[in-house]
Design a binder for this molecule. Structure first.
Ligand code: HEM
Length: 151
């Protein structure tokens, strides 16, 4: 009981943090991005990766130690739909992460004079916008899975 509750609390806190970081990235990805904001974006992106990793660990913990037992989830299509959406979220984040790492290196070597090109910002924004859409699907599948839809 206690472990289930602790994991559920952690799961929710991590998810809200991930949503906050994603929103922060979306806000920072504007034309004219330069200097300290590139650094901040790189920090946010590292936090994004760390939070996603922690969500996977806590999520697996919930499947394993949750009150309903692992069979409740692995035989449910809504659980797998949620996992597919989570994997899609991860794949969509690869391109922006690679760009942000490149901008961060450029900004460091140009010592404050580097401005991210507008077309690169637009490309990264497209991916982050898709991430926001896919992210919204996850709580929908989560609510279905928690109520045994598709089991
Ligand atoms: C960004 C990613 C994720 C989001 C937004 C998310 C969202 C949620 C939400 C909102 C709930 C509560 C559902 C409810 O009680 O109505 C939940 C429960 C749960 N999630 Fe996640 N989740 C994520 C990732 C994961 C991952 C990666 C796993 C497993 C590997 C996982 C496993 C679970 C489990 C086992 C529950 C408990 C459902 C129940 O009460 O029966 N989640 N999730």
């Amino acid at each position: 009981m206690a472990i289930d509750l602790i994991l559920a609390i952690l799961h929710h806190l991590l998810i809200f943090m991930l949503a906050g970081v994603l929103a922060g990235e979306f806000v920072l990805l504007r034309p004219g991005l330069a200097g300290r904001e590139v650094k901040l974006l790189a920090h946010l992106d590292s936090a994004y990766g760390a939070l996603a990793g922690a969500i996977i660990l806590v999520g697996i913990g919930r499947v394993w130690f949750g009150l309903k037992g692992w069979e409740f989830y692995v035989y449910s299509w809504s659980f797998w739909a949620k996992m597919a959406a989570f994997i899609a979220l991860g794949l969509l984040s690869v391109s922006p992460t690679m760009r942000i790492a490149r901008w961060s290196r450029e900004a460091r070597s140009a010592k404050g004079t580097y401005i991210v090109p507008d077309h690169a910002i637009a490309a990264a924004r497209t991916f982050v916008r898709l991430e926001v859409l896919v992210f919204a699907l996850i709580p929908i599948f989560a609510a279905m899975m928690a109520r045994g839809v598709g089991y």
